[in-house]
Design a protein around this ligand. Structure first.
Ligand SMILES: C[S@@+](CC[C@H](N)C(=O)[O-])C[C@H]1O[C@@H](n2cnc3c(N)ncnc32)[C@H](O)[C@@H]1O
Length: 312
């Protein structure tokens, strides 16, 4: 894939306008998922020298690509090859205590999906799936070493696969004969085991690959961690904006915003309500979704949901 087509940003104008509602004073914004630099670019274009951006990505290729593309803003952007789940440690090392905004555009870039090892079931590559090469666990290791129970949990919870037992039995039988090394080792097993139509096969493979990817990259745990940390990091009036592509991620964001925007929390005694101070104000009663035009121009945007909240 050409690096010029690294990634088409999704809902970028909507995300950045939630984030930058205030433009005066010193602003520190964290773009936790730099990718092809679409969001960071828009933040820099819409602010002046008072705005510093900390742009994080697990993927070194994203950092290198965007560093080149955004050279004109290099004095305002600090690039970090790391995990947004470690945002407190990252900002601590930069001696930053508070931020005005945090934006996350979850998932993977088009470049990763199409050109990096293990993500696409259409190409035969090593079964890796690590966005962060410093992580140890790969998809092939999961398939070759995890117990049936652990495998079933991954496919059921992250891939929404009904009869996961049949799949995990096929995997554990196959690995006795030959270890899983490449993407086609897995796709061929599925094709042998399930004689299904091409369309259903594609949907099924997409679910299986997605489930493995979520587990390899600890995507849900990292999201929960960064949400919790954002409450300590955001200054009052600061905003958090999350774009997600998977119902499990969207549910985590929705519930977190709901929990932290409540005025009252029921105590042990049902007749007594213990007062709690809300930490967030929800800015999106319903998630913002891409326009029909954006979906036509970029089909990858079709499942996107944006939610935003303000620290109060
Ligand atoms: C959908 S892309 C972001 C695209 C970006 N908004 C743009 O406009 O080009 C998601 C990016 O987040 C990165 N990513 C995913 N999980 C991460 C994590 N826990 N920490 C840091 N980066 C992560 C991926 O490597 C990928 O580059």
């Amino acid at each position: 894939m050409e690096k010029d087509n690294f990634h088409i940003p999704v809902l970028s104008h909507e995300a950045v306008s939630f984030l930058l509602y205030k433009r005066h004073g010193d602003l520190t914004i964290v773009d936790g998922t730099l990718g092809g630099g679409g969001y960071t670019n828009l933040i820099c274009e819409n602010t002046g020298g008072n705005c510093k951006v900390i742009s994080i990505d697990k993927d070194l290729e994203a950092i290198e690509h965007s560093g080149n593309k955004l050279k004109r803003f290099s004095n305002r952007i600090t690039y970090i090859n790391g995990n947004f789940g470690e945002i407190k440690e990252i900002l601590g090392q930069l001696k930053i205590k508070n931020i005005f905004g945090l934006v996350l555009d979850l998932g993977l870039s088009s470049y990763q999906l199409e050109s990096e090892e293990g993500f696409s079931f259409m190409k035969n590559t090593g079964l890796d799936m690590r966005a962060y090469k410093k992580d140890e666990l790969t998809a092939s290791e999961i398939l070759n070493t995890f117990s049936r129970k652990e495998l079933s949990e991954i496919f059921e919870s992250y891939g929404d696969i009904g009869n996961a037992r049949r799949l995990t039995e096929a995997i554990t039988e196959r690995r006795k004969i030959r270890k899983f090394k490449t993407t086609f080792d897995l796709t061929e097993l599925i094709k042998d085991e399930y004689k299904i139509s091409r369309k259903n096969e594609t949907d099924f493979l997409a679910k299986i690959f997605q489930a493995l990817r979520i587990r390899v990259n600890n995507e849900l745990e990292n999201l929960e961690k960064v949400l919790n940390d954002s409450l300590d990091l955001l200054e009052i009036g600061g905003r958090i904006v999350i774009v997600s592509y998977h119902s499990l991620e969207d549910r985590i964001v929705k519930n977190f915003f709901k929990e932290n925007s409540k005025n009252f929390k029921a105590g042990d005694n049902p007749f007594f309500e213990e007062r709690t101070v809300p930490k967030l104000k929800i800015l999106t009663k319903k998630p913002v979704t891409p326009s029909a035009e954006e979906i036509i121009q970029n089909s990858r945007s079709r499942s996107a949901k944006l939610r935003a909240a303000e620290r109060v």
